[in-house]
Design a protein around this ligand. Sequence first.
Ligand SMILES: [Zn+2]
Length: 374
Amino acid sequence: MDFLARLHQDSIVCDLHADSLQWVAAGGSLGGHAGHLDLPRARAGGLDLQFFSVWVDVTYLPTDGEPDRSFARACEILDAFERETTRHTDAMAPVTSASDSRRIVAEGKLAAALGVEGGHAIESDLDKLEELYRRGVRYLTLTWNNSTDWAQAAKVEHQRGSPQGGLSPLGEAVVRRMNHLGMIVDLSHAAESTFWDVLRVSEAPVMASHSNAFALSPHYRNLKDEQIKALTERGGIIGINFYSSFLDADYARRREEAEERRRAELEALEREMPYDYPARAARERELLQAEMGHVPVPATRVADHIEYIARLVGPDHVALGSDFDGTNAVPDDIPDVSHLPIVTRLLHERGFSESDIRKILGGNVLRFFETVCG
Ligand SMILES: [Zn+2]
């Protein structure tokens, strides 16, 4: 094994965000499935700690007087996670702390932590937030692309065209309860107004689990320099997202145009398969590929965003937040989790020291996890 392969395998490699539980909830298995991440490929990629996202599709929100099923959906995904962990006790184990994670990794298994994506999952109820914590969830991404009545989402703010909304008094209470519980506040997807409100309210450091540098790729899901500085000055971390649209401005523009041209078909797919995200994502990918052709996005883009943030605020605040299984476009040379070692090679080529590479691969996540959750 060469030096870089050994460095990658010896490092504790952590990822802050993957949506593979969507596949599991749809009947797939972490033992092997068609997406970006399963246990055999996680092992091949040297992955040690994965935060699995419990993403609640907005189709579970109440419509036409029907009850809100968002919390029930989150619980359904947690049930699926628990079933899956008992099926693969030889290869993975659930964790709720950094010390748990170190112990499980030392046993040669994947440490599996949980975060819920989309504050609507708590149905504006602090008891439901606590219930998620009790079930092992250690972070909440305050919003997904939709706003809640207590926190504004980046996409909504972007569409409205000016910073507005932020956190309501209930939103402030959510953040304070999370601080009290030892639960990580995740600001990926949050509007700038929400971002600054959270930084004012939160007593604990916060993170952006899967967001990139706006300066390199100006997308509303990415973070501006002032945001990166403020979040990291308070001890926070940022996980670099592998989604091509957040990595590469040219890809994002061409994809947006393709989506516009195929809007009717994309909306039809959404109607046709509202509850089947993995299958729908595959169909969407085919459709967009046919429309826009192949637009190359290399793994060097991931290294670009890591390097940019490391130069701006130092190497102690940047991490990985792949969004595997939550996106339908990743770099050509990181088609799945087994290709993670390329990140180590690229960082080495750019002159990062061995100790900084270890921090970026996972050391920063473990330190932060320990600070906020114990
Ligand atoms: Zn997301």
